[in-house]
Design a protein around this ligand. Structure first.
Ligand code: OGA
Ligand code: ZN
Ligand code: ZN
Length: 531
């Protein structure tokens, strides 16, 4: 083992040199304007080694240096948000319901609605005007309409010469749509314009849950359905679509990721004769699970209702209805990736709006008797961090470091009255709803950093403002030797000390600094969905 390998193992860094170098965040390696990588794998030396590691700064054999954020190195690869692990599987759940007018006017409601489609697999929207074509307006709020051979939208009503059984009054068993398309449309919408018939009730089944039950009850059947290729086909005068995929699609780690289930369009199996019976037994088992009444949510679509669902996961069904009377739905398709994107962007905007309320409201209050308000103090700290070239995470940490004075049970007034309000911990816990440790950890440690600096450097205490010197005592006074050692072992100790220095300097009533809105993009990009 070389010295550098020993260093690598001893420290926080466990990734091999090639991984580190491929993920170097420096401006030479990634375009700072968009974060995109500026080189390819063949541009890197194949025999690259690490010659030095100091904290999370890595030097390579060709002289290049990478400075990593500790949280980035620790982050584990979570499951793909399309696979079963990222979902809430359900039996007959109460249907998530949303309201179209609120969806359009209330960003929290909209985020909740998008989230329902991602996690539960569907939502039932009410109050969508029963006007032909409106399903396209709904789809474009969720993403981009995916036009198909049926058009931008399709009418589901009884037709004289139906090219699809959906356009009759027959019952339709649980199925996914367009299994004969590759790629398959991943989201489906059905909007009800009228439903004045006997019958015509709707049903939804969580296909991931059904497949997981099959795996638990009959592992061999599950295995067969995930490995056997099945062909689906749709043909009419102008179209012939054919796709071959297993009914239960798995990701490379074996997690359920995509269901294709449609008896109407399934084609003859092309398997060796001795394998056919086993396939049919497995297929029958899955179909039996899928039709268990306790697994299905049933509801009746009325005019103005629109169901939006994940067509890679949910199976939809309807009961038959008599041809007399009017039943008219309009449907269209869209995609899940855009729903996830809109949800992420919206969460960022919501986090920004919530934080701005703090700055505009309680932030305007007096800051522990200093000559600046709470908000001015934090804006100054952020401006100092930005001028010092700090990472976006640390700039946002500086911007938000004192929100604990007005988000917890105890305020700054209580701190000045001699009771520690633990504002650094309160802020870090509250902000963890949106932000990673690279933002919250320096905040959690910014009071500790003051106690640390006082222990190390008596001159530092002399630089503190009178209020800060007073609160130092309430917060535990200078650190003991043991506390100093513990603090230095914290991965974000350096960032906390940097933040502390800006904090101490951010009390200047004559300073003009950028307003809160200046940080909008940074906050929106760093805030992740609070799931
Ligand atoms: C469809 C379908 C269900 C219904 O058009 O894909 O399954 O309720 N329709 O008519
Ligand atoms: Zn259908
Ligand atoms: Zn402060």
């Amino acid at each position: 083992m070389t010295a550098s390998e020993t260093d690598l193992r001893a420290g926080a860094i466990t990734q091999p040199p090639i991984w580190l170098r491929d993920n170097c965040p420096c401006a030479e390696c990634r375009d700072p304007r968009n974060g995109q990588k500026l080189f390819g794998i063949t541009d890197l030396p194949p025999d690259l080694t690490v010659t030095n590691v100091s904290g999370t700064t890595v030097t390579y054999s060709d002289g290049h240096v990478s400075r990593f954020d500790p949280a980035f190195l620790e982050a584990q690869h979570g499951p793909d948000d399309r696979c079963e692990d990222a979902k809430r599987l359900w039996g007959s759940t109460d249907a998530p319901e949303h309201d179209w007018a609120r969806f359009l006017s209330d960003p929290e409601h909209r985020a909740d609605c998008l989230h329902a489609v991602m996690r539960t697999g569907f939502t039932l929207l009410h109050g969508v005007p029963a006007v032909p074509g409106t399903v396209l307006d709904v789809a474009s709020e969720f993403g981009f309409v995916r036009e198909t051979n049926y058009g931008e939208l399709f009418d589901v009503r009884v037709e004289a010469t139906p090219n699809n059984l959906a356009f009759t009054g027959l019952a339709i068993a649980p199925h996914t749509d367009n299994p004969y398309r590759d790629p398959v449309p991943t989201v489906q919408l059905l909007h009800c314009l009228s439903n004045a018939v006997d019958g015509g009730e709707s049903g939804l089944v969580d296909g991931f849950h059904a497949a997981a039950l099959l795996r638990a009850e009959e592992p061999d059947a599950f295995d067969l359905l995930s490995r056997t290729l099945v062909t689906f086909r749709f043909a009419d005068g102008g179209t012939e679509l054919v796709t071959t995929q297993p009914m239960i699609g798995l990701d490379p780690a074996g997690r359920i990721r995509e269901i294709r289930f449609n008896n109407r369009s399934m084609q003859p199996l092309r398997l060796p004769p001795d394998q056919i019976a086993a396939f049919y037994t497995a297929y029958r088992r899955f179909a039996e699970i899928v039709t268990r009444p306790e697994l299905m949510v049933t509801f009746r679509l009325g005019p103005g209702d629109c169901v939006v669902f994940d067509n890679t996961r949910l199976l939809h069904a309807r009961t038959g209805f008599a041809d007399s009377g009017e039943r008219h739905l309009q449907g269209c398709y869209a995609d899940l990736d855009t729903i996830a994107s809109r949800h992420k962007v919206l969460q960022g905007q919501l986090a920004f709006a919530r934080l701005r309320e703090l700055f505009d409201g309680p932030g305007t209050a007096d800051y522990l008797g200093e000559e600046v308000t709470q908000a001015q103090h934090m804006l100054q700290a952020a401006a100092l961090a930005e001028s010092a070239g700090a990472s976006p995470e640390l700039v946002v940490a500086a911007l938000l470091h004192d929100v604990g004075h007005f988000t917890g049970p105890l305020t700054g007034a209580e701190l000045m009255g001699g009771t520690d309000n633990r504002h650094s911990h309160v802020a870090a816990a509250w902000l963890a709803h949106w932000f990673d440790p690279a933002v919250t950890e320096p905040i959690r440690l910014h009071v500790a950093a003051k106690r640390y600096l006082c222990a190390l450097d008596p001159a530092y205490a002399g630089l503190l403002s009178p209020a800060s010197r007073y609160t130092l005592e309430v917060q535990g006074g200078p650190m003991t030797d043991q506390e100093v050692a513990d603090f230095e072992a914290e991965p974000y100790a350096d960032d906390a000390v940097r933040l502390r220095r800006w904090d101490d300097a951010a009390k200047d009533p004559s300073l003009t600094v950028p307003p809160f809105d200046h940080y909008e993009q940074r906050i929106a990009l760093l805030a992740r969905p609070g799931l």
